[in-house]
Write a protein of this length. Structure first.
Length: 82
């Protein structure tokens, strides 16, 4: 659902759609989506991803009842989210 809500997903597919079918239109679309999916996973490997989990958990609808408790555990201040 995240990719369905962002334009950057469709721009690369739209660019691929400008090519004729016999020149690899479908393969270009599939490659663009595969690369976005692959590199979004690669981006989660590095040490910087630990700073993302806290805000993501606080925005989760499943964890909404425990949001205040989680905020006390995960966030030092509104300006320091690690």
């Amino acid at each position: 659902q995240f990719y369905a809500a962002n334009g950057h997903t469709y721009y690369s597919v739209l660019l691929s759609a400008c090519f004729p079918a016999e020149r690899g239109r479908l393969a270009g679309m599939q490659t663009a989506l595969l690369l976005q999916w692959f590199f979004s996973g690669v981006g989660k490997i590095g040490p910087w991803f630990e700073y993302v989990n806290g805000p993501f958990m606080l925005q989760s609808m499943l964890l909404a009842p425990a949001r205040r408790w989680l905020a006390g555990l995960l966030v030092r201040s509104p300006f320091h989210l690690s």
